[in-house]
Design a protein around this ligand. Structure first.
Ligand code: COA
Ligand code: MG
Length: 284
C-alpha cells in the first residue's frame, strides 16, 4: 500500500451505537476516527449500530478526518454484513479485529472491499506473524490493541508498559519494513492527563504515528505530543540548510549544534517538515 500522508496523531474510537458521540466527533479536532462496531457494541445492538453508522456517514460532516470502520471479525454473525455495508461508503479504511495472519485479510479482500484495509494487532499469534500481515498488499496500517494483547499475555498493567515492549516493537518493525502506518493502543484512564501524556510521549519515542483514544478529553494531548515541536521544526530547517551549504562547499557532512548531519539526517529532517506541513494544512 502507498502511505497515507495525512496526520494520524489522534485516532478516536467512537461506539457506532452512540448517536451523541457520533455527532460530537464532527466538531472534535481529531485526525482520524475509528467507528467501532466490535468491542464497544453489545451483541444485541450490532445491527442497530450498523444502521446508525450508515445514517451518520450519509449525513456526513466529518470533514477531512480519516474515517475508519472497525468491523466485527468475519467468523462472527455480523462481520461479513459489516464489511459489505461499509465497503460502499466513503470511508478511508476497514479495520479488522484480532488479525492472526494474512489469510484473514485475504478473506476480507475476497469480499471485494474497495477500501484500504487495517489490522488490529492484539493477539499473541498476530504479533508473531506481524511481518507477514504488514506485507499484505491491501494493508494500510496497524492499530495496536494493547488491552486485548495484555489480556492474552496475562501481563500486569504498568506505567512503563514494559511487558508490552516486545509486542509493540515487533509490530512497529513489521509496519516500517512494509511502509505502513502504525498507531499505538489506548490509555484507559481517560481523565488522567499526566498519565496520558507520559504514554503518548513513550509511543512517540518508540516511533508510532499516533495514539488511539477513547474520549474527547484525550485529543489535545495526542495532537500536541505527536506533532513535531517548534524546536524540532527549527532544527530540521537548520540541518537542511547546513547540509546544502556543506554540499556546495564539496562536503558530505555538516555540523549543527555540535552534532553531525549526514544525508540520512536530512531525510529525517525533510520528513519532519513534511509532517509539520501536513498538520498545518489540516488545521487551515
Ligand atoms: N467519541 C466522541 N464523543 C465522545 C466519546 C467518544 N469516544 N466519548 C464521550 N464522548 C462525548 C459524550 O457523548 C459527551 O458529549 P456531549 O458533550 O454532547 O454530551 C462528551 O463527550 C462528554 O462525555 P462524558 O460524559 O465525559 O463521557 P461518557 O460517560 O459519556 O463516556 C465512555 C465515557 C468511556 C463510555 C466513552 O468515552 C466511550 O464510549 N468511549 C469509547 C469506548 C470505545 O470505543 N472502546 C472501544 C475501543 S477501546
Ligand atoms: Mg480488541
Amino acid at each position: 500500500m502507498t502511505q497515507d500522508h495525512r496526520p494520524y496523531r489522534s485516532v478516536l474510537y467512537i461506539p457506532a451505537s452512540n448517536i451523541r458521540a457520533l455527532d460530537k466527533a464532527r466538531s472534535l479536532p481529531v485526525d482520524a476516527i475509528i467507528f467501532d462496531l466490535e468491542d464497544a457494541v453489545t451483541p444485541d445492538q450490532k445491527d442497530l449500530a450498523r444502521e446508525t453508522l450508515v445514517g451518520a456517514l450519509d449525513e456526513g460532516g466529518y470533514g477531512r478526518r480519516a474515517l475508519i470502520v472497525r468491523i466485527n471479525a468475519l467468523d462472527t454473525p455480523w462481520g461479513e454484513s459489516d464489511a459489505v455495508t461499509f465497503s460502499g461508503k466513503p470511508v478511508d479504511g476497514i479495520l479488522l479485529p484480532k488479525v492472526n495472519g494474512p489469510e484473514q485479510l485475504d478473506a476480507l479482500d475476497a469480499l471485494n472491499v474497495p477500501r484500504p484495509l487495517w489490522a488490529m494487532m492484539e493477539t499473541a499469534t498476530g504479533v508473531l506473524n506481524a511481518a507477514a500481515i504488514a506485507r499484505h498488499r491491501r494493508l494500510a496500517g496497524f492499530v495496536m490493541g494493547t488491552n486485548d494483547l495484555a489480556k492474552e499475555l496475562g501481563c500486569r498493567t504498568r506505567p512503563d508498559r514494559a511487558p508490552l515492549w516486545t509486542g509493540l516493537q515487533t509490530c512497529l518493525l513489521a509496519a516500517r519494513a512494509a511502509g505502513i502506518l502504525c498507531i499505538d493502543g489506548v490509555y484507559n484512564a481517560f481523565r488522567d492527563q499526566d498519565g496520558l501524556r507520559r504514554e503518548c510521549e513513550q509511543g512517540r519515542d518508540f516511533g508510532f504515528d499516533g495514539k488511539t483514544l477513547i474520549h474527547p478529553a484525550q485529543v489535545a494531548v495526542a495532537n500536541e505530543v505527536f506533532a513535531p515541536s517548534p524546536s524540532e521544526v527549527d532544527l530540521a530547517r537548520r540541518q537542511i540548510e547546513a547540509f546544502e551549504k556543506a554540499q556546495v562547499d564539496g562536503n558530505g557532512v555538516a555540523v549543527v549544534d555540535g552534532s553531525i548531519v549526514e544525508n540520512l539526517h536530512v531525510e529525517t529532517a525533510r520528513a519532519t517538515l513534511a509532517r509539520a506541513l501536513a498538520i498545518a494544512e489540516k488545521e487551515t
